[in-house]
Ligand binder design. Structure first.
Ligand code: SF4
Length: 187
């Protein structure tokens, strides 16, 4: 399919590692704009490292890249009272919804009908929850369609990990927020 024939889609991406396979897969049918809306990432140097690598990968794939540089305050307000929750708990559900809502708003502002997220590629993220949140946001926003892709299916995580190895991506050992640093480190 030529680039002109592919409809635009806003792809929320949390880092280059998670964008690896989803971006390649989506490019077969869509013209993705990679949207970095992740004010949850702490500290700022880590945020910039993940952002810059994500931008480099998007541009190397021939995709547009946009940053939602909204600062951490609104996100911190959204998760207030949930700081003690374990990773995978209620704080993460709020965090997912917050970032997906920003992505939906960005798509709406630009007249782009489709949006989705790379977050489902991670084995640590609950795809059913992410897909339900995306569908809910699409219902709340007339004209928007959430592409319900569970990228971890059909060895999606192995494929994204292979791209990360090939590209030499930096691989963080915590999810992103300050709480996730303090909680049990990843493998
Ligand atoms: S652990 Fe990850 S998903 Fe959960 S609140 Fe922190 S940054 Fe968001």
């Amino acid at each position: 399919m030529t680039a002109a024939a592919r409809p635009p889609l806003v792809l929320h991406a949390c880092c280059a590692v998670c964008a690896g396979y989803p971006l390649v897969k989506l490019q077969a049918a869509y013209d993705p704009v990679v949207y970095f809306s992740n004010p949850n990432i702490y500290p700022r140097a880590e945020y910039e490292r993940r952002r810059d690598e994500c931008r480099r990968y998007a541009e190397a794939c021939g995709c547009a890249f946009a940053e939602d540089d909204c600062g951490a305050r609104a996100w911190e307000t959204a998760i207030k009272g949930l700081e003690g929750e374990p990773e995978g708990g209620r704080r993460c559900a709020v965090c997912f919804r917050w970032r997906l809502a920003r992505t939906a708003a960005y798509a709406k502002e630009r007249g782009i009908s489709f949006f989705t997220t790379t977050l489902t590629v991670s084995p640590r993220k609950k795809s059913a929850l992410l897909l339900a949140l995306g569908a809910e946001l699409a219902r709340e926003t007339p004209g928007l369609v959430f592409l319900a892709e569970d990228f971890k299916k059909k060895d999606g995580y192995a494929k994204t990990a292979a791209i990360a190895r090939r590209e030499g991506f930096y691989r963080q050992n915590y999810c992103g927020c300050a709480m996730s640093i303090r909680q049990k480190p990843r493998e």
